[in-house]
Design a protein. Structure first.
Length: 474
């Protein structure tokens, strides 16, 4: 049986850093997934923290809660229905969250489509990493969209909420204010993705909890963007790489935090990472990194991470052969991955996790055979789990116009990898069918929101999505 989701009372009892305050106005801030996932979103936590610093505003969170039946979702802090909010905001991370987003709005009594909502009800504001793929994906749902990095937009939105009349006119007053704020009912095209100054870094979390996916970790962003420009990565193409100052990072850690999660797409490129980890570990705290490049890991860094509680080393190949990795500018060599396996063994780690992809343009069975042989060599050194997903071409990347490999071909490649590795490593494949859905959504523009709503209303399973894709996106 699946685990019983925690009740709001359980969450509040076990969460540290919860912000409870009363303001003249209230924004309900939602995440279209369960608390376990949403509480691990630094973006959501940053918005929650910043809006609650406004002198006249309070911000309360809500999540997908299967226990909610009558009355729809309620805010965690005040147990209030969303209709009591002066505005409703969502942070959306990926394509798969569009259907749950529509479901949350519908459960709350808010018509998911902007054109069908009461103009005097709470306006809906949407931001998050999905806007880097294409802001149009959420436009039919939103009265306002925050395109790109959101820190500069948050105070503008807060002032509009506390200073204007309740309803759609509240966010329409934001039209033309900049900071990446897009009002889809007034402008057909979104603005250029907004970029904040380096002085806005680091983004800092607010809470930590054993019920979070990142259990009992206080989250801090130490780097934003990525300098490596991998051809498949949206973030690398659209967000300039910047790092936060070590002293600013350390000063942001609350005294009571038992562990610290250092967040960023390229944290191992921070020039003072080893020093930073050492200084946090020396206070007796756990440390976790959100990502590590195999060619940036040193014995000294790994030793500090082990002191900070690291038990499994996680790295990415992101390509099944050296040829393909060079082709997409990943530039991780087999020697880098084998060295990491050797370092993990010497450090006494319980295992390694290796992420990769199948289906890159030009891939053959021979490329997968090469990857299987490499993984087998690594598994001979340290227990290995191989997590493999299908390559999904994303808008705004050099590979955007490449076709996605057929689902049947992807399944064949995954089966080949599993056969070649046998019991030497654990293979965890993602579903090629759902990756195909993600590909269709990513390139569907505004019609993807209509497909998501139809898929939600038809049950949200793969069959519902496939039918919706055929109706709206093909």
């Amino acid at each position: 049986m699946p685990p019983v989701p925690p009740t709001p009372g359980d969450i509040l009892d076990r969460e540290s850093g919860t912000i409870r305050r009363q303001g003249d106005r209230m924004i309900a801030l939602g995440y279209p997934d369960a608390y376990r996932a949403g509480a691990s979103s630094l973006g959501l936590q940053t918005v929650y923290r910043q809006w609650n610093r406004h002198p006249r505003l309070s911000c309360e969170r809500f999540f997908v809660d299967p226990s909610v039946r009558r009355g729809g979702p309620r805010t965690l802090e005040g147990h209030r229905p969303l209709r009591d909010a002066d505005a409703v905001a969502f942070s959306v991370s990926c394509e798969a969250e569009l259907a749950p987003l529509a479901g949350l709005m519908e459960a709350a009594g808010l018509a998911p489509l902007r054109e069908e909502r009461n103009a005097n009800g709470p306006p809906v504001i949407i931001g998050g990493p999905l806007t880097l793929v294409d802001p149009a994906l959420v436009a039919p749902f939103a009265d306002a969209v925050v395109c790109g990095e959101g820190e500069d937009a948050l105070p503008l939105i807060a002032d509009a909420v506390v200073g204007g009349p309740r309803g759609r006119s509240m966010v329409e007053a934001l039209h033309g204010t900049g900071a990446g704020i897009w009002i889809p009912s007034l402008d057909m095209d979104p603005p250029t993705l907004h970029r904040v100054s380096a002085g806005r870094l680091p983004a800092v979390g607010a809470t930590w909890s054993p019920l979070s996916e990142l259990s009992n970790l206080f989250l801090i962003e130490i780097a934003r963007g990525c300098p490596h420009r991998c051809a498949f990565c949206v973030l690398a193409q659209k967000v300039r790489y910047r790092t936060a100052a070590v002293e600013d990072i350390l000063a942001a850690i609350p005294d009571g935090a038992p562990g610290v999660g250092l967040v960023g797409a390229a944290v191992t490129d921070h020039p003072r990472l080893e020093e930073l980890v050492h200084r946090i570990v020396s206070t007796g705290r756990r440390v976790s990194l959100s990502s590590m490049r195999a060619d940036r890991i040193t014995p000294e860094l790994l030793a500090e991470l082990v002191k900070g509680g690291l038990r499994t080393l996680t790295v990415a190949a992101d390509g099944s052969s050296a040829r393909l990795r060079r082709q997409v500018k990943k530039n991780i060599e087999a020697t880098d991955l084998l060295r990491c396996a050797s370092l993990a063994k010497d450090a006494g780690l319980r295992g390694m996790k290796l992420y990769s992809m199948v289906g890159l343009p030009g891939e053959t069975d021979g490329d997968v055979e090469e990857f299987a042989a490499l993984a087998a060599e690594m598994a001979a050194l340290v227990p290995l789990t191989v997590a493999v997903q299908a390559f999904v071409p994303k808008p705004g990347t050099p590979l955007a116009d490449e076709p996605m490999a057929p689902v049947r071909e992807l399944k064949s490649r995954l089966d080949l990898l599993a056969r070649r590795l046998g019991r030497r490593a654990v293979v965890q494949p993602s579903s090629p069918r759902w990756s195909w859905i993600d590909w269709k959504i990513a390139h569907g523009g505004r019609r993807s929101a209509l497909a998501a709503l139809a898929a939600h209303r038809a049950g949200g399973d793969y069959h519902a999505w496939k039918t919706a894709v055929k109706e709206f996106l093909e």
